[in-house]
Write a protein that binds this ligand. Sequence first.
Ligand SMILES: Nc1ncnc2c1ncn2[C@@H]1O[C@H](COP(=O)(O)OP(=O)(O)OP(=O)(O)O)[C@@H](O)[C@H]1O
Ligand SMILES: [Mg+2]
Length: 507
Amino acid sequence: MAQATFEEISASDFFYRNRDIAGFTNPSRAVFAAIRELVENSLDAAESLKIPPEIYVRLSFEGEVGKDTQIYKLRVGDNGSGIQPRFIPSAFGQILYGSKYKLKQMRGTFGLGGKMAVLYGQIMTHQPAKVTSSTGSTKIYSFKLMIDIQRNRPIILDRKVLVNKEQWRGTIVEFTLEGDYLRAKSKILEYFKQTAMVNPYANLTFVDPKGRLYKFTRVTTAMPDPPKETEPHPFGVDVELLQRLIQVTPYRNMLEFLKQHFHRVGDITAQKFLEFSHLSPSKNPKRLSHEEVVRLMQNLKKFKDFLPPDASCLSPLGEELLKAGILKELKPEYLVVNQRKPSTYAGHPFIIEMGIAYGGEIPKKGNFLIYRFANKIPLLYDEASDVSFRVINSLNWRRYKVSPDMPIAIVVHICSTKVPYKTVGKEFIADRPEVRREVANALREIGRQLHRFLSKREHVDREKRRLSIFAKYLPKIAQFSSHLAGKEKLPDVKKLIKSVQKYGEET
Ligand SMILES: Nc1ncnc2c1ncn2[C@@H]1O[C@H](COP(=O)(O)OP(=O)(O)OP(=O)(O)O)[C@@H](O)[C@H]1O
Ligand SMILES: [Mg+2]
């Protein structure tokens, strides 16, 4: 039998071989995913400074490859935070490198997206990516980069420093990639529309390869407060995390260790917990044996008196902004939104926000239109695998006098420090029982309100129908009865109709 040969591959190499799992499946998905990843980075960069985002995306045709694939140049520019020059090469040339491995809500999570787009471009066209950025200082830095895939390191081909006369701040990323825009077009436009819906304070401009301009203009400059970074919640820790904390902690006793490194653990809670787990408050955490660390982790999960995580690390849209976004993009006749209180799964805080829109410009499709969002990112693929889809379709809608053939759109937004995505392509949310319960509760709440609206409308419609029958036949009845009674003058039926109309409006 032949001997097996072993080798090690880098993170870049892994994603080069398995680009499907990051959403870069074929030329159509790739062009969509590349735009999406870069737009998300730009939104994050502007929001981190609480600046209304101004994002410009241009996809231009560069040449033909085959029947269904072309070469495009993609350019995405923003007015975000910019990146300090020493971080630029790795931020765009080293997979699993980023500034978002923090416990706070952001669109970026994996340290992968932007690089995946650059990597895909590189392996298909062998052209370098160009990144130009300034943090608003006196200088603008411009890099030409490629990725050394086998070593997972950036290769800097060129570096320029320019004078920043206008005090420009932001980032422009430009590279070429293979794609199928024609096939991707509808998804890309849908992506911009939905992005505009949950980011109503953003200006988005997209110029397509034909030179067509799509503009999504902000309706407000009000923005949610940026999230604050938080410590891990005791329910979510594992042995590895405990050991890392023990290694770096400057605190020499368990009481301070617990208070300083964990979310929502104050003096009293820490003391109660130490009593519960038979540990002395003065014990040095660095002296804990392996067994004690494992027991500590188990007890952190068992102890019932920890407060649930607070929501300062989250930045939900809020009911007003969600309303503004839905009204702007969907133009419904009726809209109700609901934001749930913060909740947790496995120690990670999350909030569900939901809206249900009826009528107006919402089409009748025979099934509910579902718009799914996570940390203000639209999720456009794999709808049927998403927890929201399942909850929405398992609800007994008849109880709310609602049927799927009505013009109804349901908007679900989950925000969390750790969205339970099922893939690194960020396409759908895993079916966590806590998330499922919150989605179901929000849905019932807005379902009830929609029910009230529909019942009232039905009543008004019935009254209107009744009145129109009255208005039609009353003059005829008046004419006949006057004739029968042998009277010349007809009674004034208008008065009567008016009084009935008034009664209808009052009820
Ligand atoms: N437009 C931008 N403005 C400022 N910083 C940026 C921009 N684009 C990327 N970055 C920086 O580069 C890092 C890497 O981006 P990348 O998209 O590869 O990963 P990520 O956003 O951290 O996570 P994810 O894989 O979920 O997208 C980011 O963490 C951020 O610090
Ligand atoms: Mg990103």
